[in-house]
Design a protein around this ligand. Structure first.
Ligand code: FES
Ligand SMILES: [Fe+2]
Length: 365
């Protein structure tokens, strides 16, 4: 085996699963939020969701409100969504506006984050609206997907995930032309890391996801492996060769890229682009955003079938699993068992779980 990690695990005693406190302890959870979610790249939305000047979209990363804006000058920016007067949340939802007007005392800001007007301040000594601006956040457009990072000193996306842009373009050369088409969400009733672990192993697929294993991929060729020594897990497979494929999957291979800590961009065979983003809500809850993209932003019959089949089968099956796992992690009787680290890799190896544990522990231990 060429992967050095596989050699390491082959030489060792069984590697045990992560202690339950990583999924259940409130203090540790807070530390994980600070060290993982406030210091890494997270997908905010797709550029097509803020395609025109004046467009804005809000989101939450745990207790931080964020707003993404498209300025009159044509730039896309991200800010903390908080008024610089006395801290009211500035905007809700999404839409298109010339100015963002705070609901509290009506201070208004342009899409560059600059304060433009503040009622009854003309006689206030020293009040200089030109010096008042929303607090900007790092934002990068990665093949049309907008990522934010709350750490002003973070390395760029290309430095953090080298090679991934090219890998995605290989699978889907026109990915940048995709437009946001549809999304649904679910509050999963588990710690974010339960959901991320579950997403990144397919040891459970044949047991729990009979439809996915026929509808999209070829389970005999499925693999999830670390991508070099960066914090990316690369899912690969030949397309489904089954009569029960959800659509004509003969176009291209399947590939998905889990970008630590909480985003995955997936390319179903034939360029059906979709993504997962997980946003933590509480130690025992996480909201998953399941998004789909198309060439024109519309959902055609094939995409609708993929969305419906995914939601009714794989997505729902995983929801049921992760809720039960969270309950189990709270059990007084749970002792972490050995990971199934098959030295030959393949669909039934939990090597990706081992890597996820390594990355989490490096951040907080
Ligand atoms: S807090 Fe926004 S205007 Fe006062
Ligand atoms: Fe699953």
């Amino acid at each position: 085996m060429t992967n050095p990690d596989l050699k390491v695990v082959a030489d060792r005693e069984p590697v045990m699963g992560l202690d339950a406190r990583y999924f259940t302890d409130r203090d540790l959870y807070r530390r994980i939020i600070d060290e993982v979610f406030y210091k890494n790249w997270l997908m905010a939305c797709h550029s097509s969701q803020v395609s025109k000047p004046g467009d804005y979209l809000t989101l939450e990363i745990y207790d931080q409100d964020i707003i993404v804006t498209h300025t009159r000058e044509g730039e896309i920016k991200a800010f903390y969504n908080v008024c610089q007067h006395r801290g009211h949340k500035l905007a809700e939802g999404c839409g298109n506006k010339k100015l963002l007007v705070c609901p509290y005392h009506a201070w208004s800001y342009d899409m560059q984050g600059q304060l433009k007007a503040a009622p009854h301040t003309s006689k206030v000594p020293g009040f200089d609206s030109a010096r008042i601006c929303l607090t900007e956040i790092r934002l990068e457009n990665f093949l049309g997907f907008l990522f934010i990072n709350l750490d002003p000193n973070a390395a760029s996306m290309d430095e953090t995930y080298p090679g991934i842009r090219d890998e995605m373009l290989k699978l889907c050369p026109d990915v940048e032309q995709r437009k946001y088409a549809y999304h649904h969400t679910a509050d999963e009733g588990c710690n974010w890391f339960v959901a991320v672990e579950n997403y990144n192993e397919c040891y459970h697929c044949s047991n729990c996801h009979p439809s996915f294993a026929k509808g999209i991929i070829d389970p005999n060729t499925y693999s999830i492996a670390p991508y070099g020594d960066i914090k990316v897990l690369h899912h690969t497979s030949e397309p489904s060769h089954s009569d029960e494929a959800w659509y004509d999957t003969s176009g291209a291979d399947y590939g998905s890229f889990f970008l630590w800590p909480a985003t995955s961009i997936q390319f179903y065979p034939g360029g059906v682009v979709n993504s997962f983003t997980w946003r933590p809500l509480a130690v025992d809850d996480v909201r998953v955003f399941r998004s789909f993209y198309s060439n024109d932003g519309e959902v055609d019959d094939t995409l609708q079938k993929v969305i419906d089949n995914d939601r009714e089968t794989t997505f729902q099956e995983d929801l049921d699993i992760v809720r039960e796992v969270q309950r189990g992690l709270n059990s007084r009787g749970y002792k972490p068992g050995p990971l199934v680290l098959n030295p030959e890799g393949g669909i039934n190896s939990e090597l990706p779980i081992y890597k996820l544990h390594e990355w989490l522990r490096a951040a907080v231990d």
